[in-house]
Design a protein around this ligand. Structure first.
Ligand code: DC
Length: 221
């Protein structure tokens, strides 16, 4: 099985690029952030604070997260309910960032991610795919862009979905999330030593796709 690991901060374009590249290579695209978001949604629904680690740990056995591929698109299920449409809110983003810092939560989702890569050719995106989940990945890419550009992309996405947010709020949340993801003790956001860094600031989507596909095809050859 072949695996491509794509890591980087929120809004760097990981999911859009990973999906396109998976399509071109005929691999499945695994969005691991969706798994953390699904756990976060459960915690929010149960009114459990991420800082209350004992309560979070006690809740984990009651959570079943399933990934299914429907018409090539990843859908996530929380205890049998398709929650794919409910995990993209700013509230869930912030809770996912906070709860994903807990070692118990990371352990809970680790084996599931590895199992997907054992059984499929994958393009997997996240924060620790190249460093922790798939250290043997065939190609590792660390994708970045300036915080302002990432916030602008996320702002446009949220506006398209009709969510009422200001650019300043999105930028502030983005910076807070970067700081949380980078500073946590377990599996922090950082490039693997053998990762190729790609900065997409100023690139159009098509330019980024072309650059990444070029790098990946060369490495896989
Ligand atoms: O990629 P995303 O924005 O959907 O991820 C949501 C949060 O989940 C992010 O703030 C950090 C966490 N996450 C993680 O810790 N490890 C991953 N492999 C993917 C996401």
């Amino acid at each position: 099985m072949k695996s491509i690991a794509i890591d980087g901060p929120a809004g760097a374009g990981k999911s859009t690029l990973a999906r396109r590249i998976a399509g071109e290579l005929g691999y499945i695209y695994v969005d691991t952030g969706a798994l953390y978001r699904t756990v976060a949604l459960y915690l929010l629904r149960q009114h459990i604070d991420a800082a209350d680690t004992d309560k979070v740990e006690a809740a984990l056995p009651g959570i079943r997260v399933d990934i299914r591929f429907e018409e090539g698109l990843q859908q996530v299920y929380l205890n049998g309910e398709n929650v794919s449409g409910q995990i993209r809110t700013p509230e869930v983003s912030m809770m996912a960032s906070a709860s994903s810092a807990l070692p118990a939560v990371r352990r809970f989702l680790l084996e599931q991610q590895r199992e997907l890569a054992r059984t499929h050719d994958v393009v997997m995106d996240g924060r620790d795919i190249g460093t922790v989940v798939l250290p043997q990945a065939n190609v590792k890419i660390f994708l970045t862009a300036s915080a302002e550009e990432r916030a602008r992309r996320r702002y446009e996405e949220l506006m398209e979905k009709g969510q009422e947010v200001t650019f300043q709020d999105v930028l502030r949340d983005m910076k807070q999330r970067d700081a949380q993801d980078e500073s946590r003790a377990v599996a922090p956001l950082k490039p693997a030593e053998d990762a190729i860094r790609v900065d997409t600031t100023g690139d159009t989507l098509e330019q980024s796709v072309a650059r990444m596909t070029g790098i990946i095809r060369q490495r896989l050859a």
